[in-house]
Write a new protein. Structure first.
Length: 232
């Protein structure tokens, strides 16, 4: 995959190491800024609606941070970053000087992911016991990941997001493998306790219908498409 040639600055609104790895593999240099939101207060019955709503809330939280930084620092770099707000609202209030018109676009990328198992939405496990229940349920069965990508052009206010779904089928997963995964602890920090790229679980993945990078949290093709649309 070729990344776009147009100069663009990227802010990844996520502390996820897999997302950082994937975006780096796409050829982008970027900075990282995590959102300060309580995801649990955002509830939707539909998984696609949920991951989009959380991605939007993350973007709004980060933009608020940037606005606060700009008010403290008062420099050109920060002024460029805060010209989005939510779509055109702040653009209608701020004078857009030549330095902003000529500046490189800055793209904020946010997203979210859940696992869907037998119709139920699964987010991060609340305990080791719940993580065990989640992973044990996948054994010999299947689940799906539903993830969102939202891009916001912080120069123009353009915002667009889409979701992506991947189906995953498993062989039987031995209890000792589940115990090792939970003891290691990483599965407690990912949606549905699902981390199929992990060396312990990968041998028990029977089939993935969709892109592995999407399961890891950032579908490359969708992200690239949205970035291109955001800067055109």
């Amino acid at each position: 995959m070729e990344s776009i040639a147009t100069p663009v600055k990227i802010i990844l609104g996520s502390s996820s190491m897999p997302r950082r790895k994937i975006l780096g593999e796409m050829g982008y240099e970027f900075t990282v800024m995590a959102a300060d939101i309580d995801e649990k207060i955002i509830r939707k019955e539909n998984p696609e609606d949920l991951v989009m709503a959380i991605a939007e809330a993350k973007a709004d939280s980060i933009i608020l941070k940037l606005q606060t930084m700009e008010s403290r620092l008062g420099n050109v770099e920060s002024a460029i970053l805060i010209t989005a707000d939510t779509a055109e609202a702040i653009l209608n209030r701020l004078p857009i000087g030549d330095y902003i018109k000529e500046a490189e676009p800055t793209i904020l990328i946010t997203g979210d992911q859940v696992v869907v198992y037998e119709g139920a939405i699964r987010e991060k496990p609340s305990s080791k016991e719940e993580a065990w229940q989640f992973i044990k349920g996948y054994s010999g069965r299947q689940c799906a990941t539903v993830g969102s990508v939202l891009v916001t052009n912080l120069k123009t206010g353009f915002r667009k997001g889409e979701w992506d779904r991947v189906e995953i089928q498993f062989h039987e997963i031995p209890d000792e493998v589940i115990e090792k995964l939970i003891e290691e602890g990483i599965v407690l920090n990912v949606a549905g306790g699902l981390i199929i790229e992990h060396p312990l679980i990968l041998p028990y993945v029977k089939q993935v219908i969709g892109a592995m990078d999407s399961v890891m949290g950032l579908p490359k093709a969708l992200t690239e498409k949205l970035i291109k649309e955001a800067i055109e």
